[in-house]
Design a binder for this molecule. Structure first.
Ligand code: NAD
Ligand code: TYD
Length: 345
C-alpha cells in the first residue's frame, strides 16, 4: 500500500487526480492537504469523503508546523504538489501570495519530505515556465531543454519552485520529479479560467470577454490525460527529471470561444473584445516526445470529445459553479472586468 499526500486536492486538477487514483489504484491511501482558498472547494471532494482510503486535512503548505505534524502522522511514501495560486490574472493584480504559496510552500513540503523520508516528491508545474513562442513559427515547440523564460508573476513563481526542486535533488538527493503540463480543461475547473468562464457566461447570456484579438494560442489537454501522465511518472519516471505533458492540440482563444457558442446554441454577438492582458504570452506548445518515448504516455481524449464532455458537465452541475461564482469571485470579477456578473445582466 502506498500512502500519497496530494496537496491542492480540493482544486481543479488535484481533485480529478484524487478521483483517478482512488479508482485506478485500489491499494493506495490518499491524504489531501488543502488550505481551501477561494479555488478549493470541499463540495468537490464530497464523493470520496467517506472513502476509508481517503483523508482530508485543511492546512496551508506554508505552515511548517502543520505540514510536519501531518508528515509525522502519515509518513507518506509519495507527495504530489498541486497546491498553488494558479491564475495569471490574479498574479498580475497581486503577486505576493503567489510567491508565498508557490515558492515557500514548495520548500516547506520538500523539507518535510527530507525530514520524514518520502520516497518521491512530485512537483506539478506548467509549460508557462518556458515563456511563449511566436505565432508565426508553428515548427517551434517547448522541449525540456527550452530555457526558462517567464512572463508573469505566476509563471515566475512556478519556475522558482521548479529550480528549488531541482536544487533539492542535487544538493540533498531528494527524489524529485517535475511535470510541466499545457493548459488543462475538464470538470471542476474554477470559472475564472478561459473555458469554464466562457461556458458559465454563455449559459447566463452574459458577455464573453476575449482579451486583445483572441489570437493567442494555447495547447489544450483533457484533465484526465494529465492525471494519467502523472501516474506514469510516479511509477516509472526517472528521479531528477523533468517531463513535458501536452497533446499537440493548439487552438486560438477566439476559436475556443466560438466553439463554445456553437455547442451551446448561443450567438457570437455575446463575444466582447476587452483590453489585452499585460505581458500576455502569445503561444504555448508542448513537445511531449520524452514522456511518450520513456513512459509510453499518449493522450487518450480528443479535443472534440473532451470539450463536449466538459460542456455537458457544466450543464449538469450548475449548482457547483453557481455557488462558487458568488461572494469573493464577484469582487475579483469587478476588479478584473469592470462590472460584477449581476451588474452585467
Ligand atoms: P486550482 O487553483 O484549481 O487549485 C489550487 C488548489 O490549491 C486549491 O484547492 C487551493 O485551495 C489549494 N491551495 C492554494 N494555496 C494553498 C496553500 N497555501 N496551501 C494548501 N493548499 C493551497 O489549480 P489547478 O488548475 O488545479 O492547478 C493545480 C496545479 O497544476 C498548480 O500547481 C498549477 O500551477 C498546475 N498547472 C495547472 C494547469 C491548468 O491548466 N490549470 C496547467 C499546468 C499546470
Ligand atoms: P487562462 O485560462 O487564464 O490560462 P493561461 O493564461 O494560464 O493560459 O487563459 C487562457 C487564454 O485565454 C489566455 O490567452 C488568456 C485568454 N483569456 C481571455 O481571452 N479572456 C478571459 O476572460 C480569460 C480568463 C482568459
Amino acid at each position: 500500500m502506498r500512502k500519497i499526500i496530494v496537496t491542492g486536492g480540493a482544486g481543479f486538477i488535484g481533485s480529478n487526480f484524487i478521483f483517478y487514483m482512488l479508482e485506478r489504484h485500489p491499494e493506495d491511501r490518499i491524504i489531501c492537504l488543502d488550505k481551501l482558498t477561494y479555488a478549493g472547494n470541499l463540495s468537490t471532494l464530497a464523493p470520496v469523503m467517506d472513502n476509508p482510503r481517503f483523508r482530508f486535512v485543511r492546512a496551508d503548505i506554508c505552515d511548517r508546523a502543520a505540514v510536519n505534524q501531518l508528515f509525522q502522522e502519515e509518513k507518506p511514501d509519495i507527495v504530489v504538489n498541486f497546491a498553488a495560486e494558479s491564475h495569471v490574472d490574479r498574479s498580475i493584480l497581486n503577486p505576493d501570495i503567489f510567491l508565498q504559496t508557490n515558492i515557500i510552500g514548495t520548500a516547506v513540503l520538500m523539507d518535510a519530505c527530507r525530514e520524514y523520508g518520502a520516497a518521491r516528491f512530485h512537483q506539478v508545474s506548467t509549460d508557462e515556465v518556458y515563456g511563449d513562442l511566436p505565432l508565426d513559427r508553428p515548427d517551434l515547440l517547448f522541449t525540456e531543454e527550452t530555457p526558462i523564460h517567464t512572463s508573469s508573476p505566476y509563471s515566475s513563481s512556478k519556475a522558482s519552485a521548479d529550480l528549488l526542486s531541482l536544487a533539492y535533488y542535487r544538493t540533498y538527493g531528494l527524489p524529485v520529479t517535475i511535470s510541466r503540463c499545457s493548459n488543462n480543461y475538464g470538470p471542476y475547473q474554477f470559472p475564472e479560467k478561459l473555458i469554464p468562464l466562457m461556458i458559465a457566461n454563455a449559459l447566463n447570456d452574459r458577455p464573453l470577454p476575449v482579451y486583445g484579438e483572441g489570437l493567442n494560442v494555447r495547447d489544450w489537454l483533457y484533465v484526465e490525460d494529465h492525471c494519467l501522465a502523472i501516474d506514469r511518472i510516479l511509477e516509472k519516471g526517472r528521479i531528477g527529471e523533468v517531463y513535458n505533458i501536452g497533446g499537440h492540440n493548439e487552438m486560438k482563444n477566439i476559436d475556443i470561444v466560438r466553439l463554445i457558442c456553437r455547442e451551446l446554441g448561443k450567438p457570437e454577438s455575446l463575444i466582447s473584445y476587452v483590453a489585452d492582458r499585460r505581458g500576455h504570452d502569445l503561444r504555448y506548445a508542448i513537445d511531449p516526445e520524452k514522456i511518450h518515448r520513456e513512459l509510453g504516455w499518449l493522450p487518450e481524449t480528443k479535443f472534440a470529445e473532451g470539450i463536449r464532455k466538459t460542456i455537458c458537465w457544466y450543464l449538469d452541475n450548475r449548482t457547483w459553479w453557481e455557488e462558487i461564482v458568488s461572494g469573493e469571485y464577484q469582487e475579483y470579477y469587478k476588479k478584473m472586468y469592470g462590472k460584477t456578473d449581476e451588474e452585467m445582466q
